[in-house]
Design a protein around this ligand. Structure first.
Ligand code: S3P
Length: 442
């Protein structure tokens, strides 16, 4: 039996919480700190398994990293050309961000490296990075486009390219920019729709100019990075579980502190507001080049919507819990243009549709989205029952939130990976009023 959660119906959702640090920014703080000159000090670092995987990879590349301790990490940068050949496989665990960004960062090194991951990561597509990197002169072998990836030193230096991405992916964009740091000339990447821009912002903080012209970013190779202090805001993708909890609970008033509100990440706020959520931003400010605010959510009566496709990349990680909100809305919610959900840590369209149906919701998966018939006119939206997260952290947390409007307990299977992005989820959920109990595998 795997680790699982039992989530029981509960009442009010109240209080003030700070969810853990942003996963995307935490990964990047280690990567850029490692190849900078000088000591990078990080606060608010996410102490989840994914960010720790990135940290351990850089330790295996000869970088001294102290922490994490209470969200503090110190990275002793080795400079652009100071990484050492690893003597072990570089284990990215469950983390697609680690593997894709590292494949770009390592493509231009003078040594060989092998990137491996867990069963879920080993199923995920890597051609989206290996193909454009090959155009830059990288030599990467894969098992038919999937991990493990063996990265050989290029013959000579990498060279900049002008690349238009077929998918809106911040991981691909970032991989190419990181490879571009080692390339001759300029590397130019154009995205089909806006995606998270943390790499661009953080490179700027490390003294590397990044030109942004509409949908195109340009970096020049050979520019040294200077160490920086990075204050990681709370992760809006983790806050999203509580935003939906507050929106669907019958009695809710919850404050989420110091949440990153970078406009490339706030699709969840826009979508919840379109659904009628009572969500306000308080004390907006800028911390280390990233916008931050306190988010306040109160109970509301949600309505079903057609999610505007342009919001999809801006809310890509929040759909599992947005589907729970849709089930609690009055009327139908339709999501289109979200085929990327099928290649995340699980096929999130299939996994969520299966779980929603097990809980009595009329949910129909489509190739690029889902149609959910909301039951917001009822007190109990979900029946109790058993669902399977398929080892994916976000569905596991999303179904925990569903318990707030369930008629009976929900048993959620295979929850160990919640620790990849949100190690103290259960404690914070209980503090907020969600009755979720973790049961450890024997
Ligand atoms: C991430 C980008 C997104 C997101 C992932 C983190 C990043 O992936 O789903 O959780 O840190 O760049 P894609 O770029 O593949 O959409």
């Amino acid at each position: 039996m795997s680790d699982h959660f039992i989530a029981r119906p509960a009442g009010a959702v109240r209080g003030a919480l700070r969810v853990p640090g942003d996963k995307s920014i935490s990964h990047r703080s280690i990567m850029l700190g490692a190849i900078a000159t000088g000591t990078t000090r990080v606060t608010g670092f996410l102490e989840g398994a994914d960010a720790i995987s990135t940290m351990n990879v850089f330790r295996a590349l000869g970088v001294r990293i102290d922490g994490p301790s209470d969200g503090r990490v110190t990275v002793e940068g080795v400079g652009l050309h100071g990484l050492r050949a690893p003597t072990v496989d570089l284990d990215c665990g469950n983390s697609g961000t680690s593997m894709r960004l590292l494949s770009g960062l390592l493509a231009g090194q003078g040594f060989e490296a092998r990137l491996v991951g867990d069963a879920s990561l080993t199923r995920r597509p890597m051609k989206r990075v290996t193909e454009p990197l090959a155009r830059m002169g990288a030599r990467i072998d894969s098992a038919d486009g999937r991990p493990p990836l063996r990265i050989h030193p290029p013959a000579g230096r990498l060279h900049g390219i002008d690349y238009t991405m077929p998918v809106a992916s911040a991981q691909v964009k970032s991989a190419l920019m990181l490879a571009g740091l080692y390339a001759e000339g300029e590397t130019r990447v154009t995205e089909p729709a806006p995606t998270r821009d943390h790499t661009e912002r953080m490179l700027g903080a490390f003294g590397v100019p990044v030109a942004v012209d509409g949908a195109t970013v340009t970096v020049r190779g050979g520019v040294a990075l200077r160490a920086a202090d990075i204050d990681v805001p709370a992760d809006i993708s983790s806050a999203a579980f509580f935003l939906v909890a507050g929106a669907i609970a019958r009695d809710a008033d919850l404050l989420l502190r110091h949440v990153g509100t970078n406009p490339t990440r706030t699709g969840v706020i826009d979508i919840l507001r379109l659904m009628g959520a009572d969500l306000t931003l308080e004390h907006p400010r800028t911390v280390g080049g990233e916008p931050v605010a306190d988010l306040r959510i109160r109970s509301s009566s949600l309505r079903g919507i057609d999610v505007p496709p342009e919001l999809v990349p801006l809310a890509i990680d929040e759909f599992p819990v947005l589907f729970i909100a849709a089930a609690c809305a009055r009327g139908r919610t339709t999501v289109t243009g979200a085929e990327e959900l099928r290649v995340k840590e699980s096929d999130r369209i299939a996994v969520m549709a299966e779980g929603l149906r097990a809980l009595g919701i009329d949910a129909t998966p489509t190739p690029d989205g889902i149609v959910i018939e909301g039951r917001g006119d009822r007190a109990d939206v979900f029946s109790g029952g058993a669902v399977d997260s398929h080892g994916d952290h976000r569905p596991a947390m999303a179904f925990s939130v569903a318990s707030l409007r369930a008629a009976g307990p929900i048993r959620i299977a295979d929850t160990a990976n919640v620790g990849t992005s949100f190690p103290n989820f259960v404690a914070l959920a209980r503090e907020a009023g969600i009755d979720v109990e973790p049961i450890r595998a024997r």
